[in-house]
Design a protein around this ligand. Structure first.
Ligand SMILES: Cc1cc2nc3c(=O)[nH]c(=O)nc-3n(C[C@H](O)[C@H](O)[C@H](O)COP(=O)(O)OP(=O)(O)OC[C@H]3O[C@@H](n4cnc5c(N)ncnc54)[C@H](O)[C@@H]3O)c2cc1C
Length: 390
């Protein structure tokens, strides 16, 4: 007799790990199957931003429902650590998007999120040495910051294991198996696993896996480069997490000595998720340096340390695809489009409710359904800062 489970989760990124924890703590027999190792996909390369600022209400709501896990990890999860660092978060936009920003902050405040509008002088206080002459208004979230995505994932999985979950690494799921129009389990490189429920949390590989169950999921590989720079001597790393829409760049401290930088534009979409990640070009690093120094000129005295690329699954409207799809027993948790770290705790809690109780309660995830693409109702932010802004 082969292996059996109540739920098989394909993928041990932060999404699969959070779901495993929330299912296992309710007594569900969970097996997580990972073709490489824990957090070897997008999660291990994630910049780890924990902020609530979005232009789409459901996304802010999901991030806010996730926030208590980062703030109170020991009480909420109990194993490992997420290493949350509360630095505050600044969203900078060009004056042309000032009204959109005001509307978004009003929406956030309505949700109970700790956010406020700040002017150029406040920005200069929060981000010492910043150029602020192109800023009319910005948003500041004092409770936000960053966490360690690989540690978060390992912590969720340690807690899931404590509740009986099994995590199989180095085992690729070749396909979902069906009996008629029902899920029967998965076929893996190490044999079959029978289960009435299978969750596709396979990141950039999610479409490939869903196809084996006859489901067409519009998720492509999205590649994104980040780099670490040494801070100028004696700086101390006291500045917030920043998304600078005007310069199409984001940055945050990494401890006291480093700055992590990523570009909001120029990220490649499409191609096989199995093709090697290209090394970062000098041009990309140069663009990062120019964009950061245009905002905080003191980084001209910083030093380049290292760079790496990562990839996530991206959907056509750049929002996650979550919920039941196709044959009975198949659930999707994919297409996180470069923003699925901070939302993983509440998505795991809500998807576990959907699977076990028939409806998501913590956050109503129904807007993220696959169906929205077929019926022509993509998720679109109410007050975007540009066509590709998330
Ligand atoms: C460089 C970068 C920076 C980011 N920064 C942020 C940020 O600051 N804040 C934020 O909220 N989000 C950020 N994101 C997005 C976030 O990291 C991802 O949305 C999130 O990690 C997705 O988690 P996941 O579990 O869905 O996918 P992944 O972490 O990619 O996990 C999927 C796993 O599935 C496995 N797998 C695939 N196919 C199979 C198969 N057939 N059988 C078995 N296993 C399989 C893979 O090996 C992989 O480990 C960033 C992403 C990148 C790439």
């Amino acid at each position: 007799m082969g292996e059996t489970a109540d739920v098989v989760i394909v993928g041990a990124g932060v999404q699969g790990a959070s779901l495993a924890f929330h299912l296992a703590r309710r007594g569900t027999a969970v097996v997580v199957v990972e073709r490489e190792s824990v957090a070897s996909g997008a999660t291990g390369r994630s910049s780890g931003f924990v902020r609530m600022h979005y232009d789409l209400e459901i996304e802010s709501r999901t991030a806010w429902a996730s926030y208590p896990y980062f703030r109170d990890w020991d009480a909420m999860v109990g194993d490992g650590a997420c290493d949350f660092v509360r630095t505050g978060f600044l969203q900078l936009v060009t004056p042309v998007h000032a009204d959109a920003l005001r509307a978004n902050v009003a929406m956030h405040i309505d949700l109970g999120i700790s956010s406020r509008l700040v002017g150029p002088a406040d920005v200069a206080d929060l981000l010492p040495g910043a150029i602020t002459d192109d800023i009319e208004v910005a948003a500041y979230e004092p409770e936000s910051g960053y966490a360690d995505p690989a540690a978060t994932t390992a912590g969720f999985l340690a807690a899931a294991r404590r509740h009986g979950a099994r995590v199989l690494q180095g085992r690729r799921v070749a396909g979902v198996t069906l009996t008629g129009d029902r899920v029967a389990g998965v076929e893996t490189s190490g044999g079959a696993i029978s289960a009435p429920v299978v969750v596709d949390a396979a990141g950039a590989w999610a479409a490939e896996l869903a196809r084996t169950a006859g489901v067409d999921v519009p998720v492509e590989a999205w590649r994104h480069d980040t780099a670490y720079f040494g801070l100028p001597a004696g700086h101390g790393g006291r500045f917030p997490v920043v998304i600078d829409d005007a310069r199409q760049v984001y940055f945050r401290p990494e401890g006291r000595e480093l700055m992590l930088v990523g570009l909001e534009s120029g990220n490649e979409v499409g191609g096989s998720p199995d093709r090697p990640l290209a090394p970062q070009s000098e041009a990309t690093i140069g663009t990062m340096v120019d964009a950061v120094c245009a905002r905080v000129p003191w980084m001209a005295n910083g030093t380049f340390r290292t760079a790496h690329g990562g990839q996530d699954g991206i959907s056509p409207d750049q929002h996650a695809i979550i919920g039941p799809a196709g044959p009975d027993g198949l659930f999707l948790d994919c297409g996180h489009s470069g923003t699925g770290f901070k939302t993983a705790p509440a998505i795991g809690a809500s998807l576990a409710e959907w699977i076990l109780d028939g409806a998501p309660m913590t956050v109503d995830l129904a807007p993220f359904s696959l169906e929205r693409f077929a019926i022509g109702r993509p998720l679109v932010g109410e007050h975007p800062y540009g066509p590709l802004w998330r």
